[in-house]
Design a protein around this ligand. Structure first.
Ligand code: FHN
Length: 455
């Protein structure tokens, strides 16, 4: 814990004080609670994955998740009206992640929703986006059908605040992407913000337009969220997964009602653990969080390539391709999936630095994919210079720091055979099988994979 001086806008402070009073806590505890709800993932005191979910070991055997376990790597897409201001409002830079601009700048609904009239992403091309995911080696795609700002990227009967009815573009991009995913053999998933909705009068989070004491959150769940989920689950063919987010104070019963609504229409559709209250098919690590060691759960890390999810003009903090490839390996070595985000521009273009990095990842996977897809956490953990994954009796050793004498001694492994995965070249092994003899310079400075059959 660190003592920080923060300035809290009056509107938020009033609500926090009210909450603190109602729940018999100090205002400062209410502030901590609010921050941990909003940015649980940034709170280092919290483990990367909610330990309560580790009780659900049995979930690992559910065959509905087999495609997802095989996939390991997916594309997250955060796209919506926030791509227009792209981090700036009335000429001012608004700090933080791009898709939160409405909240951070407390933009009134009446003003924010005018952005829809300017949303005309004429360069949007579903085939191009899905094609990029394919080139990157990503096997599933998750699109923000409705983020916290409430704007829907699909035609909805339950609100006009959607891309078909409210924008000059008038095209249902969820439909176009779902069809393209089917064509190109990628599983399509839908992100849906079930609790926060800053546009809906009964949704959570907009304290600057709406009076929380007059809101009917339960009606929002049952008369708006569930009907919209029904649209998403009946209009676009089989849906791979629903990615709920920021459950906040949704009740156990409300989470259960959403889960039932999904399973009733599509029993095979997976549900992300951010549905809340311990429900869902797999656990979500915090944003950009990777656990320290293997986790015996179905779990996923959602992550950014720069620092924002939704497009921002001013976010040049791109992670390197090497860093991203190693993060993918690190996550796979601990048994998780990597859901890596792109934030397209208001014109519908995926930013070039993201394209470049995804293509680099795809090139690495084209040579080394066997060591990632369908693997489980490897037997060697907690060693800085390498990671391991495992599949069908083979251990894949991912070497990050290649020794200058080419002698690789694998802690705890006795090799029967060793092969450089990318080239198929057989490597010598020592008599006892504990050392593999490779070339004296790293075949792949990012990560060289040696496929090892163990004794
Ligand atoms: O508040 C959202 C954020 O905008 C983004 O969608 C991420 C993705 O995991 N989820 C929430 C914060 O954890």
């Amino acid at each position: 814990m660190k003592d920080l001086k923060v300035t809290i806008p009056d509107g938020i402070l009033a609500r926090l004080e009210k909450h603190a009073k109602e729940h018999n806590m100090s205002t400062s505890d209410a502030v901590t609670l609010m921050l941990s709800h909003m940015f649980g993932s940034f709170n280092t005191a919290r483990p990367a994955i909610d330990p309560a979910r580790s009780q659900r070991e049995g979930a690992r055997t559910d065959p509905r998740l087999d495609w997802w376990r095989e996939a390991k790597f997916g594309m997250f897409i955060h796209w919506g009206l926030y791509a227009i201001p792209a981090g700036k409002w009335h000429g001012h830079e608004i700090p933080g992640i791009g898709e939160w601009i409405m909240y951070r700048a407390e933009i009134p609904v009446a003003e924010y929703e005018k952005l829809a009239a300017d949303f005309n992403p004429v360069k949007f091309d579903a085939a191009e986006w899905v094609g990029l995911a394919k080139r990157a080696g990503q096997k599933y795609l998750v699109l923000t059908t409705k983020h916290h700002d409430g704007f829907c990227l699909f035609k909805s009967r339950h609100t006009d605040y959607n891309i078909v009815d409210a924008t000059p573009f008038k095209r249902d991009v969820v439909k176009e992407l779902a069809e393209e995913c089917k064509r190109q053999g990628i599983k399509m998933g839908f992100y849906y913000s079930q609790t926060q909705d800053w546009h809906h009068p009964d949704g959570d989070g907009n304290y600057w337009d709406y009076d929380a004491t007059k809101q009917n959150f339960d009606s929002y769940i049952h008369d708006f969220v569930i009907p919209q989920l029904e649209e998403l689950l009946t209009q676009y063919g089989p849906v791979g997964l629903i990615w709920f987010d920021t459950p906040k104070s949704i009740t156990q019963e409300q989470s259960q009602d959403l889960l039932d609504a999904v399973y009733k229409l599509q029993p095979d559709c997976l549900v992300c653990g951010r549905l809340g209250n311990g429900l869902g098919d797999y656990a979500s690590a915090g944003d950009n969080k990777i656990p320290g060691s293997r986790v015996e759960l179905d779990w996923e890390t959602p992550a950014t390539i720069n620092d924002t999810w939704g497009f921002k003009t001013n976010d040049p903090n791109w992670k390197s391709s090497e860093d991203l490839i190693r993060k993918l390996i690190d996550i796979a070595s601990k048994g998780g999936n990597y859901l890596l985000n792109v934030g397209p521009t208001a014109e519908g273009i995926i930013p070039e630095p993201s394209v470049k990095r995804l293509e680099d990842m795809g090139a690495w996977l084209a040579a080394n994919g066997d060591a990632v897809y369908g693997t489980k956490a490897g037997p060697v953990q907690d060693v800085a210079w390498c990671r391991t994954t495992a599949k069908n009796g083979v251990v894949y050793l991912h070497v990050f720091e290649w020794p200058s004498d080419g002698k690789i001694t694998v802690p705890g492994l006795t090799a029967k055979s060793a092969t450089l995965l990318a080239t198929g070249e057989k490597l010598d092994i020592s008599a006892g099988g504990d050392t593999v003899h490779g070339p004296t310079s790293a075949p792949d400075p990012v990560a060289t994979v040696i496929a090892i059959e163990t004794a």
